[in-house]
Design a binder for this molecule. Structure first.
Ligand SMILES: Cc1cc2nc3c(=O)[nH]c(=O)nc-3n(C[C@H](O)[C@H](O)[C@H](O)COP(=O)(O)OP(=O)(O)OC[C@H]3O[C@@H](n4cnc5c(N)ncnc54)[C@H](O)[C@@H]3O)c2cc1C
Length: 426
């Protein structure tokens, strides 16, 4: 089949890879001049979400104070934003959290397998590292993580619950003073450079005949029983819109996804989230971490990437209208201060934060914390989106699910996981 993939982030490129592997002819359309320029560019490092990493559950947004949660929540008078957060808060209940993560888990494992296969097939070097240490400042917060730790045990995820002294022994850059409650070391969890992986995979796809239409924006999708097509915005200086037809279309357009599929599936209850990263040069080698440190409550990840420290997190949750506008200077300074403070708290002296390069990107978050993956209301339209702040690896497993569905095969995940990812679940 001829398949069009809209979006050149990790979601689109991983989908193109799986479609090609399944024997389809693939064309990727990306509005930027190259791939990995959207949310994919700003990743914090961790590849796959353990129960401690997902952006829902007992440890997520327990209060409204940004200094405690790491998330700036500014709903203003917007009822939709408040309702969205209320729905997400239902998953703070330990049983609801356990059930929801259990639905996600098969996608995590499929993603792990798929990434491993790609790395092995092409010997990709994308700054991979192993070991993630989640740290907790207060005893109460550590206790709140009990359902997540229980899930680690239940799913046999290699991990060790550590005292502060054991955390410092595992990663000497973490100071024991000021005191903290402890940590959880995930020995086998990995981090890697998502934009680099995406670019390397794009080269491989190009060499194998995938067509790339870069610098082209899809303005609309048209769907018929027998054919599907996308319309591209006219090139600069021309008035001629271009139409490309195919047998199927996969939308992996990140924040652009809801607008493109609205005609088929109506308005989806997905909410945009602004996320930030800092990339700072290593200041003192002896203070730089060798494994990734995550402030587990604030969801701030600190990953060493060669001679740099990558710090990701500090989300801003506002109304859709406000998220569409640039962040004001006051709020921008506040989120950068959150990332700077996280670094100072957990790996002091590791990075020259004053010389850091800041970046921000928009992600779509769903009110039940899971991505939107699979078929849509039209048989020729598929979607791989809304991975929230955990799309680096998940987008790769989701790509396999989508490619199977496009090919008329049953994806290799349980039916309840597939149902929990469906677009019509809301
Ligand atoms: C600061 C930050 C830190 C993060 N940290 C992590 C992390 O540590 N671990 C993790 O797993 N995840 C992390 N994430 C999330 C992860 O980066 C994303 O989930 C993932 O990159 C999503 O990829 P995507 O392909 O769905 O979206 P994107 O990368 O946004 O790609 C979508 C692409 O579609 C294109 N597009 C949109 N509309 C159109 C159109 N109409 N026509 C043509 N092209 C279009 C866009 O230009 C874009 O390139 C982080 C995100 C941010 C912003």
């Amino acid at each position: 089949m001829d398949v069009i993939v809209i979006g050149g982030g990790i979601g689109g490129i991983a989908t193109a890879y799986q479609l090609l592997a399944a024997g389809h002819r693939v064309c990727v359309i990306e509005r930027h001049a190259t791939v990995a320029q959207g949310a994919t560019y700003g990743h914090g490092g961790p590849m796959l979400p353990s129960p401690l990493d997902v952006w829902f559950g007992p440890t997520f947004m327990g209060t409204r104070s940004a200094n405690k949660t790491g998330i700036v929540f500014k709903p203003g008078f917007d009822t939709a934003t408040r309702d969205f957060v209320k729905k997400l808060a239902l998953l703070r209940d330990p049983d609801a959290f356990t059930a929801q993560y259990s639905r996600l888990k098969p996608l995590v494992e499929l993603s792990r397998r798929v990434i491993g296969e790609i790395e092995a097939a092409f010997a990709l070097d994308c700054e991979q590292r192993t070991g993630v240490l989640h740290v907790f400042r207060r005893a109460r917060e550590f206790e709140q993580a009990a359902p997540a730790i229980e899930l680690l045990k239940r799913f046999d995820v290699p991990h060790r619950v550590l005292t502060p002294a054991e955390c410092a022994a595992a990663e000497p850059s973490v100071p024991e003073d000021p005191p903290f409650a402890g940590g959880v070391l995930l020995d086998a969890e990995r981090t890697a450079n998502c934009p680099l992986f995406t670019k390397l995979l794009k080269q491989i796809l190009e060499e194998r005949g995938v067509q790339f239409r870069l610098g082209r924006e899809v303005t609309s999708i048209s769907l018929e029983d027998s054919r599907a097509a996308v319309e591209l915005m006219p090139l600069h200086g021309t008035h001629q819109a271009e139409l490309i037809a195919a047998d199927a279309i996969v939308v992996a357009a990140g924040i652009g996804t809801p607008g493109l599929i609205a005609r088929v599936n109506g308005k989806l209850p997905l909410h945009p989230l602004r996320l930030h990263s800092l990339t700072a040069p290593i200041a003192y080698e002896e203070h730089a971490p060798h494994i990734t440190i995550v402030d587990s409550i604030k969801r701030i990840a600190m990953t060493r990437v060669n001679q740099r420290l990558r710090v990701g997190g500090a989300a801003v949750l506002q109304s859709e209208a406000k998220t569409a506008k640039p962040l004001g200077t006051g709020l921008a300074n506040r989120v950068l201060a959150l990332l700077g403070q996280g670094t100072h708290d957990w790996v002091p002296g590791a990075a020259k934060v004053s010389a850091a390069r800041a970046w921000e990107g928009l992600r779509l978050l769903s009110p039940d914390g899971l991505p939107v993956v699979g078929a849509t209301g039209h048989a020729r339209l598929f979607v791989n989106a809304a991975h929230g702040p955990a799309g680096w690896g998940l987008a790769c497993g989701s790509a396999k699910v989508v490619a199977d569905l496009v090919s008329g095969l049953t994806p290799d995940i349980p039916a309840d996981t597939l149902a929990a990812l469906r677009i019509d679940r809301f």
